[in-house]
Design a binder for this molecule. Structure first.
Ligand SMILES: *[C@@H]1O[C@H](CO)[C@@H](O)[C@H](O)[C@H]1NC(C)=O
Ligand SMILES: *[C@@H]1O[C@H](CO)[C@@H](O)[C@H](O)[C@H]1NC(C)=O
Ligand SMILES: *[C@@H]1O[C@H](CO)[C@@H](O)[C@H](O)[C@H]1NC(C)=O
Ligand SMILES: *[C@@H]1O[C@H](CO)[C@@H](O)[C@H](O)[C@H]1NC(C)=O
Length: 370
């Protein structure tokens, strides 16, 4: 997933210590919530997870809080969001990212972990979502260190913040996607659950270089079957669905909707979704009416798409997920007894009060729990 907002933490650490008290909650001062009890960590075990990535600003005010169980705060620290999440009984967790080369050294690993725990305590957070998407070779020093990092982080958080949650983001399949070869069973064992990023599934295209769905239905299910077959309990898996799609410029667009792409290699594959650019669902739906195709449905990939011509005369094909495609996947998550569902990211919908947008946005939230 794109790494947005990672700068907030580093920025705060650079501030002179004398300034910290002025930041209130951010610096570890008094509880920033009107009701001080809202700074207590959440403890409930909870049923079905609805795990939301938030990337900043104030869109969270329009989220469907009747569903949310956890918010991963990937934007700048927002004490108002923390207080609000707690008032709704939802956890709020930090973003964790670190260079794997660095944490091969156990002392550096321990230092990083204690920094994260301290930060979580100061900000009254309920855990951490570890989002490391670096390349890892099987049986490399980083491979072993990563499993240890997850285990030690989980132990430290559970010990220091009772009821806290530690989760880890993995690709749509455990088959070394994007050269991220982990000890998946070891990592699943070592944390509360894995967030499976069932999107960017065209990050490495080995076959014909044409535009395809971001998260085709069957390909998505194959990923879960592999995780479960290797021995990971479905209760350790949260399905991540995309609230964004890809806009591709076609080198050539055929009548039967084959959009050929320029070859943009990624981590060894000759062709990838980097030939397109990511667009949030809200923006995608705003452009549907100016498409030349109207909304089309691919019966094999079970995904909507449409085509348009830009002002330079180039044809585009746009692949995305909508309530129809998401509810199919959500039904699988429910029927397989997965731990829950979530999305990248909560900010991607149109939260204006305009009536068409409002209906589309409501339908997207609804599709998570059919
Ligand atoms: C993984 O192994 C390959 C082949 O030996 C090497 O080229 C690459 O640099 C390694 N990547 C990492 C992240 O260690
Ligand atoms: C994965 O991690 C588990 C738990 O730490 C360990 O028992 C297992 O040997 C590891 N597997 C591999 C292939 O390294
Ligand atoms: C584009 O596709 C059409 C058929 O759909 C084909 O006749 C034409 O040769 C293609 N053009 C290029 C540049 O590949
Ligand atoms: C698109 O067209 C439909 C049907 O004409 C209309 O109801 C809708 O408001 C339009 N949407 C936008 C974003 O203009």
């Amino acid at each position: 997933m794109p790494t947005l907002g990672g700068g907030a933490r580093r920025w705060r650490l650079l501030l002179p210590l004398a300034l910290l008290p002025l930041l209130g909650g951010a610096g570890g001062g008094a509880c920033p919530c009107r009701d001080p009890r809202l700074c207590d960590p959440l403890t409930g075990a909870g049923g079905f997870e609805v795990f939301v990535f938030d990337v900043g600003k104030k869109a969270w005010k329009s989220y469907d809080w009747s569903k949310i169980t956890t918010v991963a705060a990937f934007g700048r620290y927002d004490p108002e969001l923390m207080c609000y999440a707690h008032s709704k009984g939802a956890r709020i967790v930090l973003k964790g990212d670190v260079s794997l080369k660095e944490i091969v050294d156990p002392a550096k690993r321990a230092a990083w972990i204690s920094q994260q725990v301290d930060l979580a305590k100061k900000q009254y957070m309920d855990g951490i979502n570890i989002d490391i998407e670096q390349e890892v070779n099987e049986t490399s020093p980083e491979y072993y260190a990563l499993t240890e990092l997850v285990r030690e982080t989980t132990d430290a958080f559970h010990r220091e913040i009772p009821g806290s949650q530690v989760t880890f983001d993995v690709a749509w399949s455990p088959a070394c996607i994007d050269n991220r070869c982990y000890n998946y069973t070891g990592i699943a064992d070592a944390c509360d659950f894995l967030f499976v990023m069932s999107y960017d599934e065209q990050s490495q295209i080995w076959t014909e270089c044409v535009a395809k769905a971001n998260a085709p239905y069957l390909q998505t299910l194959v990923g879960y079957e592999k995780y479960i077959t290797m021995g990971i309990d479905p209760k350790k898996l949260v399905m991540g669905v995309p609230w964004y799609g890809y806009d591709y410029v076609c080198l050539n667009l055929s009548k039967d909707h084959v959009c050929s792409l320029s070859k943009v290699p990624f981590r060894g594959a000759p062709c990838s979704d980097a030939a397109g650019h990511q667009v949030p669902y809200g923006a995608i739906m705003k452009k549907v009416n100016s498409s030349i195709s109207g909304i089309l449905w691919d019966e094999v990939q079970k995904s909507p798409f449409y085509e348009y011509k830009d002002s330079l005369g180039h044809f585009h094909q746009v692949w995305y997920d909508d309530p129809r495609s998401i509810s199919l996947k959500a039904a699988y998550a429910k029927n397989q007894g997965l731990r829950g569902i979530g999305m990248w990211n909560g900010n991607s919908l149109d939260y204006s009060r305009e009536s068409v947008a409002e209906q589309q946005t409501e339908a997207m939230w609804k599709a998570l729990t059919p």
